[in-house]
Structures are given as structure tokens and as C-alpha cells.
Design a binder for this molecule. Structure first.
Ligand code: ADP
Length: 602
């Protein structure tokens, strides 16, 4: 179908010359060529439009699948709008998070670099109107439209006339808009609007997807970080707890609900002698092997579902069979995750054997002292009474004997009270530091004579040897107490007919002298040495190191009375004199107690 699309006008030069034939032909040819060129151009345009429409959805579909990165998605949309609509500038505008301002997510074409990332204040521009109303706008000349925001025209050098703006809608909400701009006015038609609307439909989904993905990634990232942080925290907490458990002095044993051992700290290993490997998973009754389970122990309590902390004193057994006293606290262990469910028990044991031992010794001491006091007192009372009533009737000799006995027992009382006073002075840190020259041998002779009646009663041979003058710098009464205690012990712990020798000498340091226990440990210089040798019951090697402990007494067969104070006082006093006390003994044969004091050179 032929159509007149235009004219080719050939004009003469006005000089009256008519057109030549070939000039007319040329003009016709030219007209034909122009016509076909116009037709070709028109066809091309139609084809392009057609192609564009056919490929739009496909292209945008590709946008959706090609990227889940929001930034990239927005750029692709802007590029497509720019290219498909063949406009000079296109941009994607989004509502920001708070929804009160718009920002340019992406832009393509002229001025794009400037516009990208810019924000539009509330109400600015045609795009704001579109986003608010959710309807497209096609404006032929923006300069005539009061809504147009021309704020950036100067910066971009882009003076807009034609505006086509369509909303981006998803799930019934407007999330932004796509805007296409041209410097020429009135360039957009219905077709353009349809095209941009269809781009917007796909773009909205693409943006939504990218946003969801971004959110997901953010969540996953923060979740990952949360998990990592929590793991680190838990680890640190575990390390901390572990460090505390490792360092704590008390034995900590963790059992499960059935009383099976789950954990032992190093203190528990040290206390019980069991390694974790030996008892892991076993009943905590291993602590009671061979013992009557008189005390409630962790497993029993656990089985009862004990949910409160309980403390009790128990006697437990070590791996080597020895017993120990322990103050035991059993606390329920709850799972912090599962609503505080009971999952086991924590058993803390403190070794109180030394405290128990001290308590036992003190109790023993109190009963010993009362006995020690009562015996001589009742004898004195009895003898005194008899003397009073029978004085006239008793022969002189008998009376003298009774008075002597009273004096002896009063001396025993005096000695005992002396011991007790001395120990309380020592306990109170009030040991007298009054010093004077003391002749040890003289003192020994005096004490031997004082004790002689006692030895005679047991038919013991008591002698004192070593005529040397042994001068020391010290407290006479304290040293007298020491010598008296040593002599008294020798007499007490030696059976009848035994022999007791008190001997003094001067020893040089650095040469162990046989028969003088402890002499090998003496420091430089000369020492005044005094030893008391007996042929008594002796002391076993296990007991020997303990005899200096306060209240410590060896359980002897003969049931010899005493308080366990004598040697502990002796040791304290000798050490207060910078001296040394030591002993050697063979059970059944006898003992030697020796004291060494720095010699006072004359
Ligand atoms: P006490 O004699 O009052 O019991 P001591 O402190 O003097 O207290 O002595 C402690 C323990 O050492 C005594 O109970 C005794 O078992 C033992 N002991 C001390 N001296 C001798 C000794 N010469 N022979 C045997 N055992 C001794």
C-alpha cells in the first residue's frame, strides 16, 4: 500500500530556465530514495519496539535470576530501563528503611554518577508523588509541572522535560519507583508507560528477592557471629571453671544422677590417691570400700534426688586403705539448658584429719590433765587427813614418811602446773627472754637430786656424769624445766631396776659424735651438750618424730600417766635458746634424749 509520506521539492533558479529532463528524473529518484529510507527507518523503529517488548520480561527475568545482590540488581534495572526505553537517563528510586525519604538506588545514562546514592527529602519531586499515590505519571514537560524537583539540574547539566515514572509495587506496597527522563519534551507515549510498568513489575520482585537474600545473609552472618561468640564465651567460662577447679584446695568430685564419678579435680586425686582414670564412671562408693556406710554419701543422696546442699562430716578411705576425716558438702547439679533439671551432684571434700586429730588430742589432754591433777591432790588430801587425825598415834618415822610423800606429790602438782603455765606462755608468745649465765651441769645435778626419790621408788640407778663446766647463756628456770622433763620422762618410761644416766660434755660442730643424737646437725662453734640415757621401753621409729608435738603421747602398755606437754615445751624452750633437741631410741632397749646449747666461752 503506497502512501504519500512527504514531498521532494526542486526549485529552479528563477531565471526562467525550465528543468531539464534528467533533473526531473534525478528529483524523482531522490524522492524514492528518501521515501524508502524513511520507510526503512520507520520499519527499524517498529521492529525495535517489537523486539523490546518481546524481550523485556525475559530480560528482567534474567535480572532476577542473575543476581541476588541488591546493589547489582538495582544497577541492572536502571541499565535495562535506560536501554529498553532508549531514554537519556533512568534511575531506580527506593524508600529508605524508615520509609520517610527516597534515595537513588541506581541510575544509568546522563548524570547517573551524580544522582546515584542521593536522597530526596520528603515530598520532593514527581517520583515522591508516584510513590505516595502508587500510580504512574507521564509528564511531557517537567518545567511546567510544579511537582518537579529541579534542584540537581545545575550539577548534572541535565535539564529535564519528559518524565515517565512508574511505581515499584510488591505485596500491595509501593517500595519505590523507576523514572525515565529525556531532555526533549513529550517523548513518552502509552507504549513507553506499558513497557516501563512491565519492567517495574519484574524489578519489584527482583528487588524484593535481593532484599530478602540480603536480610538472610545478614541474619546468617549475625547468627554465625552469635554462635561463634557464644561458643567463645562458653569456652572461656569452661576454661575459667576448669582453672578454678584445678586450683582449688578442696577435693571436688562430680557424679551423675546415679552416683557415678564424672570428674575429679587434682585436689581430689591428691586426697584420695585415685586417678580419674581409675574411678571414672564408677560408683563414688569406692571411697567407702570396706567401711560401713553409716554416713549418707553422695550416691545415696543422689538416688533420693536430693536437691538441696547438704554438709556432713564423713570418714572416707583412700586408695591405700588409710582413712581420713572429711567435711563433705554435696550440692545438686542442675542443667542450665534444660530448665534446671537435676543431672548429678557436686561433692566437695575438705580434709579435716589434722583438725580432728588436734581435737582428739585436746580432748585427751583435758582428761589427762584432770587425772594428773586429781591423783596427787587426792593423795595429798588423804595423807593430810590421816596425819591430822592420827598424828599422836603415828611413830615419828611414819609421820616423816607421810610428810615426805605429801611434799613429793605437791612437787608433782607444782611441776604439772609449771608445765601448763609454760605452755600457755609459749602459746601466748610470752616466753621470758631474761638471760643469765647458767651452768648446765650444776643445774642437771640439782635436778637429778630432786628426782632421785622417784627413781629410788622404782629401784632405778640414777647417775650424773661429766664434770666439765658447761656454761650457757640462758634462762635458768626454762632450762631447769627442760632438764627436769627429760629426767622425769626417763624415770617414767623406764621399768623398775633400770638405769638412767645424765651426762654433760662439750661438742664441736661438724663432727657427728656417736651416742649423741642430732650432733651431726650442729652449726659451727662449740656446744654445751647434755643427754639423758635410759634403759626404758623406748619409742618406735614411727612415733619418734611426733613426740615433740603438743599433747602427743605414745600409747604405752604400762599406762604411764602424762599430759603430752613435756617434750613440746622442751623443744620450744631449747629452740628459743638457739639450741637443738634430738632423740634416738630402740624400742624395748631404751632412749637417749640430747639437748645442745651454744657454749658460753669463759
Ligand atoms: P608425757 O610424758 O606427759 O606423755 P612428753 O611430751 O614428755 O609427754 O612425752 C611425749 C611422749 O613421748 C610420751 O607420752 C612418751 O610416750 C614418749 N617419751 C618421752 N620420753 C620418753 C622416754 N624416755 N622413753 C620412752 N618414751 C618416751
Amino acid at each position: 500500500q503506497e502512501q504519500v509520506v512527504g514531498l521532494v521539492e526542486v526549485l529552479d533558479d528563477g531565471l526562467g530556465r525550465s528543468l531539464a529532463e534528467e533533473e526531473v528524473v534525478l528529483a524523482r529518484l531522490l524522492a524514492n530514495q528518501i521515501a524508502s529510507a524513511i520507510e526503512a527507518a520507520h520499519l527499524t523503529e517498529v521492529t525495535r519496539r517489537y523486539m523490546v517488548e518481546a524481550t523485556t520480561l525475559n530480560s528482567i527475568g534474567q535480572v532476577i535470576t542473575s543476581s541476588l545482590d541488591l546493589h547489582q540488581t538495582l544497577s541492572i534495572i536502571a541499565d535495562h530501563a535506560h536501554w529498553l526505553l532508549d531514554v537519556e537517563a533512568a534511575s531506580v528510586i527506593l524508600r529508605d528503611e524508615e520509609g520517610d525519604a527516597l534515595w537513588f538506588g541506581a541510575a544509568a545514562g546522563e548524570g547517573a554518577d551524580f544522582v546515584r546514592g542521593q536522597r530526596l527529602a520528603n515530598g520532593q519531586g514527581i517520583v515522591n508523588w508516584v510513590v505516595q499515590h502508587g500510580e504512574p505519571q507521564m509528564v511531557p514537560d517537567a518545567s511546567q509541572d510544579p511537582r518537579w524537583f529541579a534542584g540537581w539540574d545545575k550539577e548534572t547539566g541535565f535539564v529535564t522535560r519528559s518524565v515517565l515514572c512508574v511505581p515499584l509495587r510488591t505485596k500491595g506496597q509501593t517500595i519505590g519507583a523507576i523514572e525515565a527522563l529525556n531532555k526533549a519534551s513529550g517523548v513518552f507515549d502509552e507504549k513507553d508507560q506499558t513497557l516501563l510498568t512491565s519492567i517495574a513489575a519484574s524489578a519489584a520482585i527482583a528487588i524484593e528477592n535481593a532484599r530478602l537474600y540480603q536480610e538472610l545473609r545478614h541474619r546468617a552472618g549475625s547468627l554465625e557471629e552469635t554462635v561463634a561468640r557464644r561458643t567463645r564465651e562458653l569456652q572461656a567460662e569452661r576454661d575459667r571453671t576448669q582453672a578454678i577447679l584445678e586450683a582449688v584446695g578442696e577435693a571436688v568430685i562430680v557424679t551423675d544422677l546415679r552416683g557415678r564419678i564424672q570428674y575429679l579435680n587434682p585436689a581430689a586425686v591428691a586426697l584420695t590417691g585415685f586417678s580419674y582414670e581409675e574411678v571414672a564412671g564408677q560408683s563414688s562408693r569406692v571411697w567407702q570400700q570396706g567401711q560401713e556406710a553409716s554416713e549418707p554419701f553422695a550416691p545415696e543422696l543422689a538416688v533420693l534426688g536430693m536437691t538441696q546442699t547438704q554438709g556432713t562430716e564423713v570418714v572416707s578411705r583412700r586408695k591405700d586403705g588409710t582413712l581420713y576425716d572429711a567435711l563433705m558438702t554435696v550440692a545438686p547439679l542442675f542443667d542450665s539448658q534444660e530448665q534446671g533439671q537435676l543431672i548429678g551432684h557436686v561433692c566437695v571434700q575438705r580434709d579435716i584429719t589434722p583438725i580432728k586429730e588436734a581435737e582428739r588430742l585436746k580432748d585427751q589432754f583435758v582428761s589427762n590433765v584432770s587425772h594428773e591433777l586429781r591423783t596427787p591432790l587426792s593423795i595429798i588430801t588423804l595423807l593430810g587427813g590421816n596425819l591430822d587425825m592420827l598424828y599422836e598415834r603415828l611413830p615419828d618415822e611414819k609421820r616423816r614418811k607421810m610428810i615426805q610423800d605429801i611434799r613429793e606429790h605437791a612437787q608433782v602438782l607444782d611441776d604439772l602446773i609449771g608445765d601448763i603455765l609454760e605452755i600457755s606462755r609459749i602459746e601466748g608468745g610470752r616466753v621470758s627472754m631474761d638471760r643469765e649465765p647458767v651452768y648446765l651441769m650444776r643445774l642437771a645435778i640439782e635436778e637429778v637430786e630432786k628426782q632421785r626419790p622417784l627413781a629410788q621408788k622404782k629401784s632405778q640407778a640414777l647417775q650424773v656424769t661429766g664434770a666439765r663446766r658447761l656454761a650457757v647463756w640462758g634462762n635458768r628456770e626454762q632450762l631447769r624445766l627442760v632438764v627436769r622433763n627429760l629426767l622425769n620422762n626417763a624415770i617414767k618410761y623406764t621399768p623398775r631396776q633400770g638405769r638412767i644416766t645424765c651426762e654433760g660434755t662439750i661438742l664441736r660442730a661438724e663432727s657427728a659424735t656417736s651416742g649423741w643424737p642430732g650432733s651431726e646437725a650442729l652449726g659451727a662453734g662449740r656446744w654445751a651438750a647434755l643427754r639423758v640415757i635410759d634403759t626404758g621401753i623406748g619409742i618406735s621409729p614411727e612415733d619418734l618424730p611426733n613426740v615433740y608435738d603438743r599433747f602427743y603421747r605414745v600409747k604405752s602398755e604400762g599406762n604411764v600417766s602424762g599430759t603430752g606437754l613435756g617434750l613440746s615445751i622442751a623443744k620450744e624452750l631449747i629452740e628459743a635458746h638457739n639450741g637443738l633437741i634430738a632423740a634416738a631410741s630402740i624400742p624395748g632397749q631404751g632412749s637417749t634424749f640430747a639437748i645442745y646449747l651454744p657454749l658460753q666461752e669463759e
